[in-house]
Unconditional design. Sequence first.
Length: 155
Amino acid sequence: MEYPDIESLLAAVGDHLGYSDWVVIDQNRINGFAVATGDNQWIHVDPELAATGPFGTTIAHGYLTLSMTNQFLPELLQVPLATMGINYGANKIRFPAPVPVDSRIRMGSEIIAAEKISSGDGTWVQVITRNTVEIQGGEKPACVVEAISRFLFSK
């Protein structure tokens, strides 16, 4: 959804933003994340050993799943008059279900809070979204996070 100005963004609390496109989490993406983070645990990067493990296959890192929310959120929340947007943090993060290799995931999002924060460089609007990453065909979400974003509206 698009919020063209400060007032519309502040009034958006309670809005469900819809769902992102589906994305496949393949072994190449998992391996790339392992290289980038140094997390080379066998449940992520060793398909042969993982086949004998508790999940029967390799699974995505929880933080890989979390990082995908940064790809998905701009699909769902657009603030065209903001001169900049930043990730400010997160209140709650949970990983209720693992993401098996070659699964398709997407995210649904809703705005649960918004407030104006004035500063010398303009006005910031802080938005908290509840983002739920689901696995196609899965019973539980892969990740639920209350993410804090800030959008700058320059003077």
